[in-house]
Design a protein around this ligand. Structure first.
Ligand SMILES: NC(=O)c1ccc[n+]([C@@H]2O[C@H](COP(=O)([O-])OP(=O)(O)OC[C@H]3O[C@@H](n4cnc5c(N)ncnc54)[C@H](O)[C@@H]3O)[C@@H](O)[C@H]2O)c1
Length: 314
């Protein structure tokens, strides 16, 4: 049974993953090699827990209880050696991930399960880093950002693991209130990111072709398709609308839509200009320091509202 968890990397994803497990009663060790990040992990988690409490999503006593279950380490072995489940959330680099799994395999318990939070790398390219026996206990467990609030986990079930191990990990994620999507094939981006990229490709193309203002394109998404998608899947939406209509509209529209195989030129140009979005102060929109904090807080508030209400629709 999974009791002790190690999270490798305490960056954007790692700290939120650790926070989710600890909030639900698991002991979590975080390994962070970068001292600057390491010094602020607990502070970041405490601030997110406090925010959740202010939004009446968790009780006051859950803040200290959660923090008491988290330990931060600067040596990977110390964090991982006694763990039952180890998830890496280090930089998206195949060589780094393989190096880490190889090292873990040399000292972790034989029954420990290894997971990667990769967004785009193939599990099959990581499996050779570990022993044949461990390959039966290794999988992708893909979280969404912000990890402590987004209620989805995509778990790989590619055939390399016995069903009992998959079930054990699935139960772990159900215990922390995530909705589990079982991924049956080792495809880049799994399911949720592929859907998101399909939408993003058309959105960037509509912008490139000046079909509407950037504000109105986002408005069309928020109050059109995404308004339904917050409670209803695409296949359900298609069934509700009628498959005959979806078929006719698909034939009429798809030939006119973007089908490019790489990132849109306007996106690339922004990156070349250093306009990286909120973190650089400008992306498609402009942001002051004050706006950034306000917008992030508003975004998290809306996610918490959705978490509270979406339970009704499951
Ligand atoms: N950010 C997202 O939206 C998101 C969503 C899902 C999955 N992911 C995946 O999660 C993983 C982490 O992404 P992130 O956004 O948290 O990145 P991040 O840049 O915030 O954190 C990267 C982490 O990697 C660690 N790291 C970098 N080099 C290292 C090294 N040589 N040895 C040990 N640790 C090292 C850093 O110290 C840090 O903890 C990636 O695989 C990414 O694809 C990211």
């Amino acid at each position: 049974m999974i009791k002790n968890i190690a999270v490798l990397g305490g960056g954007t994803m790692g700290h939120g993953i650790a926070e989710s497990f600890a909030l639900h009663g698991y002991n979590v060790n975080i390994y962070e090699y970068d001292e600057k990040i390491r010094m602020h992990i607990i502070e970041a988690i405490e601030s997110e827990l406090t925010f959740m409490h202010e939004q009446s999503y968790i009780e006051l006593e859950e803040i200290s209880a959660t923090l008491n279950r988290i330990k931060v380490f600067d040596i990977m072995k110390d964090a991982a050696v006694d763990a039952d489940y180890i998830i890496e959330a280090v930089a998206e680099n195949i060589d780094l991930k393989c190096k880490i799994f190889k090292e873990l395999d040399s000292y972790c318990k034989a029954e420990a399960i290894f997971a990667t939070n990769t967004s785009s790398l193939s599990l099959k390219n990581m499996l050779p880093a570990v022993s044949v026996k461990r390959q039966e206990r290794m999988m992708v467990c893909h979280w969404y950002n912000p990890a402590h609030l987004m209620p989805i986990a995509e778990l790989s079930n590619f055939g390399n693991m016995p069903a009992s191990i998959y079930k054990e990990v699935e139960q772990l994620y159900l215990n922390i209130d995530k909705h589990v999507v079982t991924i049956l094939k080792d495809v880049p981006g799994l399911v949720a990111n592929r859907i998101q990229q399909a939408v993003a490709r058309e959105v960037f193309s509509l912008m490139e072709n000046e079909v509407a203002s950037p504000e109105d394109i986002d408005k069309a998404l928020k109050f059109g398709p995404a308004f339904r998608y917050a409670t209803t899947g695409q296949l359900e939406v298609a069934d509700m609308g009628g498959l005959d209509i979806w078929c006719i509209v698909g034939d009429n529209l798809l030939k006119d839509m973007d089908n490019s195989k790489e990132a849109n030129p306007i996106l690339r140009k922004k990156v070349e200009e250093g306009k990286l979005g909120m973190k650089s102060g400008e992306g498609f929109f402009k942001y002051s320091e004050q706006m950034r904090t306000q917008l992030k807080n508003d975004f998290n508030k809306r996610l918490i509202t959705q978490l509270k209400t979406s339970k009704k629709y499951i």
